[in-house]
Design a protein around this ligand. Structure first.
Ligand code: NAP
Length: 292
């Protein structure tokens, strides 16, 4: 297939690389051209000067940018993807956005799949992403045949927007688990118990989680450079909270943890990864939360 790929960031760069390695004819675009040139230096394919040129003659265009407005910026307008994308072609958006944006894109183009991903930078680089899709069954089937190049699981959740709703559920689960883990580590540290031994013991039982296995040790060491940034989490939880508001869902814990992430962001740790919730607990002077 002739595939256009817009957005060669932490995630898009390796994803587009997997498509090229699978034998597709890949055309890439990145706003900062140097990243496009770096991609071309490593992979077989070509580089376009605008999203419009990426979409010209494409069978499929994938977008992987930042937020709702960033997707609008590359899709709509004179230089946007839809200026040249053929009606028969498929548009796949991998960006984490609102479900409303997915519906806006589906209204603008006949074949659209919202396909946010989970698995982080490592998942993108190893071709092991989990992808949650919303759209018509035939379009999701076409998408699946392509995105298998960088996925270990592709699930058709439901109609347009349901991929994004699944991603919101994913982020809600991560937020709650990371805050719980941060509090457990904090309690151990303040109680002078051997934190590493506690984690070793409890990770074998019902308290165990991916976050505990992969992040507890690095949180104890104060290392927060593992890809998925606090800025992105604040954006994602914002979409989840808006959705909850409109659907009448109660997400009290998510509201609280979203506020905690905004505190971490305001403290300047916005590019730390999501396990940095522990930093706001550690910043609290000993005794400051004691009852008076
Ligand atoms: P990133 O490294 O910051 O890359 C973002 C890319 O989008 C860059 O190529 C950037 O171009 C481009 N872009 C942003 N705004 C644009 C605009 N208005 N017009 C044109 N291009 C624009 O981000 P990322 O980590 O790859 O994440 C991308 C998406 O995946 C986000 O929605 C994020 O929430 C989601 N996600 C990320 C992860 C992760 O672990 N990183 C995991 C799952 C999902 P420039 O190079 O010019 O800045």
């Amino acid at each position: 297939m002739r595939v256009g790929f817009v957005g060669l960031g932490v995630m898009g760069f390796p994803m587009a690389g997997h498509l090229a390695a699978s034998g597709h004819d890949v055309v890439v675009y990145n706003r900062t051209r140097a990243k496009g040139e770096a991609w071309i230096a490593r992979h077989r394919g070509s580089i376009a000067s605008t999203p419009r040129d990426v979409a010209d003659n494409a069978d499929v265009v994938c977008t992987m940018v930042g937020n709702d407005d960033d997707v609008r910026a590359v899709v709509f307008g004179d230089d946007g993807v839809l200026a040249t994308l053929a009606d028969r072609a498929l548009l796949i958006d991998h960006t984490t956005t609102s479900a409303d944006l997915a519906r806006e894109l589906a209204a603008a183009h006949p074949h659209f799949v919202d396909a946010p991903v989970s698995g982080g930078q490592a998942g993108a680089e190893n071709g092991q992403l989990t992808i949650m899709c919303g759209g018509a069954p035939a379009d999701v089937d076409t998408a699946r045949s392509l995105v298998d190049a960088y996925a270990k699981a592709v699930t058709h959740i439901g109609p347009t927007g349901h991929g994004q709703l699944a991603k919101m559920a994913n982020q809600i689960c991560i937020a709650g688990i990371v805050q719980g883990l941060a509090e457990a580590l904090h309690l151990c540290a303040r109680s002078n118990v051997d934190t590493r031994l506690v984690i070793e013991a409890i990770s074998q039982g019902a308290a165990g989680s991916w976050q505990m296995t992969n992040r507890a040790a690095t949180m104890i060491e104060g290392r927060y450079d593992f890809g998925f940034a606090v800025d992105w989490m604040v954006k994602d939880l914002g979409y989840a909270l808006d959705q909850a508001d409109r659907s009448g869902a109660r997400v009290e814990l998510t509201e609280l943890v979203a506020a905690f992430y905004r505190e971490v962001q305001a403290a300047g740790a916005n590019r730390f990864d999501t396990s940095s919730l522990l930093t706001r607990l550690e910043a609290d002077p000993i005794g400051s939360s004691s009852p008076t």
